[in-house]
Write a protein that binds this ligand. Sequence first.
Ligand code: ADP
Length: 453
Amino acid sequence: MSIRLRLTIWYSTVLLLGLATFGIGMWFVLGHRMMSVIESNLAERVDGVRTVLELESKVKDSDLRQELWEFTREIPEGALTRVRDAHGRELLPAAGRQLLSAERGSITPGYRSVLWEGHLYRTLSRRIQAAGAPFDVIAAASLEGTAAILAEFRKFLFLMIPVVLATACLGGYWISRRALSPVDEITRTALSISVQNLALRLPVPRTGDELQRMSETWNGVLERLETTVNRIRQFTGDASHELRTPIALIRATADLALQRERSVADYQKALANIRDESERMTELIEGLLALARSDAKGMVLPQAAVDINGIVREVVSSNLALAESKGVELSTDLADSPPLVKGNAPALRRLLLSLVDNALKYTPSNGRVVVSTRAAAGEVLLAVQDTGSGIEPGALPHIFERFYRADATRSFGAGAGLGLSIAQAIAEAHGSTIKVESQPSAGSRFHLTLRTA
Ligand code: ADP
């Protein structure tokens, strides 16, 4: 069932209940009001009779009857009045006596509704004292007028409620149709969005309401999806491209060696080349695997208490020979027994290795690379600082992107551009981020904080 139909049904039900309550309420109030007017008229008539009795009780019996008759003749429905004295004698002619004959002997005071000859009457019976003598007075008034007005009103309600309801329903349906019409357009556009045309966006109705918010939110989702899909596409393209280079080199080396018979030394050189390229490829594939895994389910690394100084010492000592061969001074500046950090030791080793590897790669001979740790409140700061080439400000925001190399031409010897992406993914798995400060031709400083265990 469509929302507009549901809205209309709800709206109509509430309106019907409201109108019915209003109508019934009005009907009761009107009936009650008219009845109380009739009753107060009856009470006034009885009071009038008492006044006549008080004034005329001294006169002769026949004069009293005459006075009473004249009094009742003057007032509306006065004929429907009955007066009895203490001896049970009727003081007024017999008009409507049957109607008023209900009570013989002593009367029961109060108002009553009576049906007489198919018509409804309201009666008031009262025992009054006038000039020291008791009298029974019964006055009646027809309820026909009241009943007719109420019936008229009822008819009006039965006629008008459906008309008002139908008009309101049609109006309500039309309004909800108008209000929800952007939904159809949004649905049509959403249906046409697929991975092939993720650049499409939902139309945003400028209504400032829930629909506008929903469209904007979905457009945000599409934006992020598009960025991610584009990144994956770029990544796949770059990965294939990167893998083609070492394979081409391996093939070319093998082809060259096989062209004619060669010396053992030549074969060894060719095989060594092939081994080096294979190692590069293995490294690349491992990097790709690590990133693919971290993309698939976020990098999940079992964490334990780790001695960060120990890791720094390990990584530095394994790179000392390389540093020396490049004429770069590699040293440490460690905090005195810093607290253990919460982390995954092999992953942190890999992260630090990437940073040290880069620092050595981009620092010319006679330069310096320092790995330092500092203990702070609840954290340990880890930094790798070099006096190398530095990074151009334009390149700085991109260096953590996959396959990004600040200087594309020096691709040989440099890595595939995955080192920092993997290091950043590891840092993120530790709830941290690698930050960098760098000045071209002055050097760079990569640093991150790790939570203590
Ligand atoms: P690569 O394998 O090419 O080193 P990375 O992801 O490790 O890839 O680094 C990306 C780019 O960031 C590098 O190509 C380099 O241009 C720049 N870079 C990283 N570390 C340094 C550094 N210590 N000094 C200068 N440039 C750096």
